[in-house]
Design a protein around this ligand. Structure first.
Ligand code: F6R
Length: 260
């Protein structure tokens, strides 16, 4: 894992956006794996700016989101489809038909999950997967104890995740208990992973992901198995890492061909 420690969430968003922009410029037909939540908001804001001011082109790109709540319609203000429209899709030129978010309203959820996996494969696999991390170490909605080989499927959220996400709803009772999420196995098949973690409430999870044992109890630790995982963290989220001087040394002394 390449750990990149930056001063704050804005710097993290900027650095992550540069990775996505480089990917799109190298291959306009890139397949992007996208996340929702607070962590990628600065990234999406920067991508929108790059589209408007620098002509960053999404017209040939395809996207697959990590997850969706079961029972929320696409136009529900807290659905992840709605989040993506408001924060990214409505402001860039990605064709609507190229954007995919798991269907939380599907009548046959296992069939919809299998179709989602097929869709990713048909698109050629995910080039860059954006990820956030839950305070309990989840990625996507793969909660602790998820199989490290899991595929897109129905999951039950933990009470902790419901409480963490209650800030977006009127009360914790309105947070759906169920979701559809790409699996850890699905995520690990992406060619590159881009983890974004900011804020002190992520410090324990970040330390467990990077320096803890590989364990289903910290699903994000599965990224230790990925050959191209970049972890962008701000100082607060990096606070409980122990090898920080090495991570900074690696980043600051990287050769020219690894720089933006
Ligand atoms: C959302 C997702 C989740 C979030 C995680 C962190 O699509 O996959 O794993 O990335 O819950 O959420 P925030 O960024 O809101 O702290």
């Amino acid at each position: 894992m390449e750990v990149i420690i930056l001063p704050d969430a804005a710097a993290v968003g900027l650095a992550a956006a540069k990775v996505i922009a480089k990917q799109l410029r190298n291959n306009p037909r890139s397949v992007l794996g996208l996340a929702t939540g607070s962590s990628p908001i600065p990234l999406y804001a920067e991508l929108v700016r790059m589209h408007r001011e620098e002509g960053l082109d999404f017209s040939k790109a395809t996207s697959f989101n990590l997850d969706e709540y079961v029972g929320l319609a696409p136009d529900h203000p807290q659905s992840y489809r709605h989040f993506m429209q408001v924060n990214l899709f409505d402001h860039v030129n990605i064709p609507p038909a190229h954007t995919h978010v798991p269907d939380g309203m599907a009548e046959d959820i296992p069939a919809a999950c299998a179709a989602y996996e097929k869709g990713i494969a048909k698109a050629g696999g995910i080039d860059v997967q954006v990820l956030g991390i839950g305070a309990n170490g989840h990625i996507g909605f793969n909660e602790p104890s998820s199989s490290l080989r899991s595929r897109t499927r129905f999951k039950t959220l933990t009470e902790k995740t419901c409480r963490d996400n209650a800030r977006f709803f009127d009360s914790v009772n309105e947070v759906p208990r169920y979701c559809v999420t790409m699996g850890i196995g699905t995520i690990l098949e992406s060619r590159q992973c881009l983890m974004i973690a900011t804020g002190g409430n992520k410090a324990d999870a970040v330390a467990a992901m990077v320096e803890g044992p590989l364990s289903a109890m910290c699903p994000a630790s599965a990224l230790q198995l990925h050959t191209a995982a970049k972890v962008f963290v701000d100082e607060a989220a990096a606070a409980k890492l122990t090898y920080t001087s090495y991570y900074r040394w690696v980043h600051n002394s990287r050769p020219d061909w690894q720089r933006d």
